[in-house]
Design a protein around this ligand. Structure first.
Ligand code: 13P
Ligand code: SF4
Length: 356
């Protein structure tokens, strides 16, 4: 059973938590590395040794060969990826094991394997490359590893699509329909060659011909934080702030991405803001903690949100459960992946790291 955080931690003030976390970090020194995703609360990001997007943090995690403990401040699939890429003696901890990603949970291995069999039957053995977004379970990464597929993140989806199309004429992409569609659009794939696989329906809700003719089959999954942004938000900003540059995450729906000035991973958004001219107005369609931080860090630019949207799972990591985890380093909130799954998932993740 998962241990519950003892009550005494709930009573620790922010100030005391920060001081104690800093002291634990000093004590542990190079034995510990603390990774923080861009969507984390400000105080967590400030305490992290590395901050980044999913791809950057996967790379950072893979490089930390000497650290004994990797504490991942993010959501479960991110910590799981770090665990898959870690050295055998390393321990990966997530301060709240219930910090999941609802989109990652929209495709499970049984559904994906059943879809894979149906697609294979219809396509008569034609090769298809499976690609899983990093926002997915270790089982799905392992599935891609053993079926000549690969993982992608929002910052390398384009290169990963190119890699897939060099091998096969068809891609099967899960679980985010929108990242998949936006990537297919950027690659210039005809819209009628992109179909959606709804796991609730027979043949994913498609005819045999549609499946045979498709270049890309997209899983019907979405991120509630990003599908919250609507075309009307973009139109309102365009009217009120005609000078504004609108930048969004590619998990947003197609019409929002199409109407924005730029789209990209959280790392891309951070870099875009850093490089923008002083005095520019930048409106951002992504998780609110990142938008607020960028606004604070760039007072010379006018930065605000397209609409307020918070990821409640990212928000679960806080000073108290981080302190509790550091006080019990190597003991609690450990992320584990069964051996066989880890071996196959690592193949798919390492393939991704080689592509770009
Ligand atoms: P990034 O890879 O852009 O950091 O995205 C992770 C994520 O979960 C976005 O919702
Ligand atoms: Fe998942 Fe969306 Fe939260 Fe990212 S923002 S972790 S995709 S729910």
């Amino acid at each position: 059973m998962r241990p519950l955080m003892p009550d005494r931690y709930r009573q620790v003030s922010d100030h005391e938590s920060i001081e104690r976390i800093k002291a634990r970090k000093l004590e542990l020194g190079r034995r510990l590395v603390l990774l923080g995703h861009h969507y984390q609360r400000q105080e967590i990001v400030e305490l992290s040794d590395f901050r980044g997007d999913s791809l950057g943090l996967s790379r950072d995690a893979a490089k930390q060969k000497d650290a004994e403990f990797i504490v991942f401040c993010g959501v479960h699939f991110m910590a799981e990826s770090a665990e898959i890429l870690s050295q055998p003696q390393q321990i990966v901890q997530l301060p709240d094991l219930t910090a999941g990603c609802p989109m990652a949970d929209m495709a499970d291995i049984f559904q994906v394997e059943s879809a894979w069999r149906e697609i294979d039957k219809v396509c008569g053995g034609e090769n298809v490359t499976p690609i899983t977004y990093v926002n997915s379970s270790a089982e799905l990464k392992a599935f891609c590893g053993r079926n000549d597929g690969v993982v992608c993140t929002s910052s390398n989806a384009g290169s990963v699509f190119d890699w897939g199309f060099e091998k096969t004429d068809k891609l099967f992409f899960f679980p985010d329909e929108h990242l998949g569609r936006n990537t297919a659009n950027k690659k210039g794939i005809q819209k009628d060659k992109v179909i959606v696989w709804n796991p609730e329906e027979e043949m994913g809700g498609n005819t045999r011909k549609q499946i045979r003719d498709a270049d890309v089959i997209l899983w019907k999954g979405y991120c509630h934080v990003h599908t919250f942004f609507k075309l009307v938000h973009v139109l309102e900003i365009r009217e009120k702030y005609p000078e504004a540059i609108i930048i969004v995450h590619p998990e947003c729906v197609e019409e929002v991405v199409d109407m924005a000035d730029a789209d990209g991973s959280t790392g891309f958004i951070v870099q875009f803001v850093q490089e923008a001219k002083s005095g520019s107005t930048i409106v951002i369609g992504t998780e609110i903690n990142l938008v607020n931080r960028l606004a604070r860090e760039h007072p010379d630019k006018k930065i605000f949100e397209l609409a307020r949207s918070l990821c409640p799972n990212m928000y679960k990591i806080n000073l108290r459960n981080l302190l509790w985890t550091l006080d019990n380093i190597g003991e609690i909130n450990i992320v584990t992946v069964p051996k066989q799954i880890k071996v196959e998932a690592k193949v798919a993740l390492e393939r991704m790291l080689e592509i770009i």
